[in-house]
Design a protein around this ligand. Structure first.
Ligand code: SAM
Length: 222
């Protein structure tokens, strides 16, 4: 495949299946004008997260890695006004942009952004006995993926779906001898998901406007 063709196919898919949503489009524009890296999920993957959340009838969703809140808005659309989305972000500047985008989308009452290192926030949430989540979307620094997955599992119930983004990294995850933190973090995640008896998991590679990557998903079964 070529990136140009994969991007054109994404545009084709989005043109047919993803009706324009002013709030989502405004969020992408605002992210770009705030100079955030264009590393939000593409629209078709955002809609996949939304559909998964709807299938789960999710009321409580945890997101790790907010950026400008693009994926957060997709998740909030799925839980609607009766739900709650808690999203974790380390960069105050990203959180500020996300807050604007989320308010513009009308979801400021159901979305809570917690600004700190996600591992610290997750530890605090567990200490506070935070109610279990129906779905967790992990999309922050890949180095800490096992820590995020373990915390997600601790705040899950039977039937919770944990989705982890960026599991192929342009093919880098199987580079033997790689010392890159994201590669090592992702490989440790696969080892953990494969051994963990409380989940059934799979992963799918993707190509599209964001290049060659993929996502993993794990369903909590006990
Ligand atoms: N989920 C977003 C979307 O699709 O619109 C994209 C998230 S972006 C790929 C990753 C985000 O994780 C960045 O905003 C980054 O600042 C944040 N991040 C990185 N390390 C973090 C950490 N240790 N704790 C919390 N957030 C972190």
């Amino acid at each position: 495949y070529t990136l140009a063709k994969a991007t054109a196919i994404d545009a084709y898919i989005n043109g047919h299946l993803i009706p324009p949503d002013p709030a989502l489009e405004a969020a992408l524009k605002n992210n770009a004008s705030a100079n955030l890296a264009p590393i939000e999920v593409p629209p078709n993957q955002g809609k996949q997260l939304y559909l998964l959340a709807k299938m789960l009838k999710a009321k409580r969703i945890l997101e790790i890695g907010t950026l400008g809140g693009y994926s957060t808005i997709w998740l909030a659309k799925a839980v609607s006004q009766a739900g709650k989305v808690i999203t974790l972000e380390i960069e105050p500047e990203h959180a500020k942009v996300a807050r604007e985008n989320i308010a513009n989308a009308g979801f400021e009452k159901i979305v809570e952004i917690k600004v700190n290192s996600a591992l610290k926030t997750l530890a605090q949430m567990q200490e506070e006995g935070t109610e279990a989540f129906d779905m967790v979307f992990i999309d922050a620094d890949k180095d800490n993926n096992t820590g995020y997955f373990t915390a997600a599992l601790a705040m899950s119930h039977v039937g919770t779906l944990i989705v982890v983004d960026n599991i192929a990294r342009q093919g880098r995850i199987i580079d033997q001898g790689s010392t890159a933190g994201d590669v090592i973090g992702t490989r440790k995640l696969f080892e953990l998901m494969g051994k963990e008896k409380r989940v059934e998991a799979t992963a799918v590679q993707t190509v599209g406007s964001k290049g060659w990557d993929g996502y993993a998903m794990a369903l909590v079964i006990e």
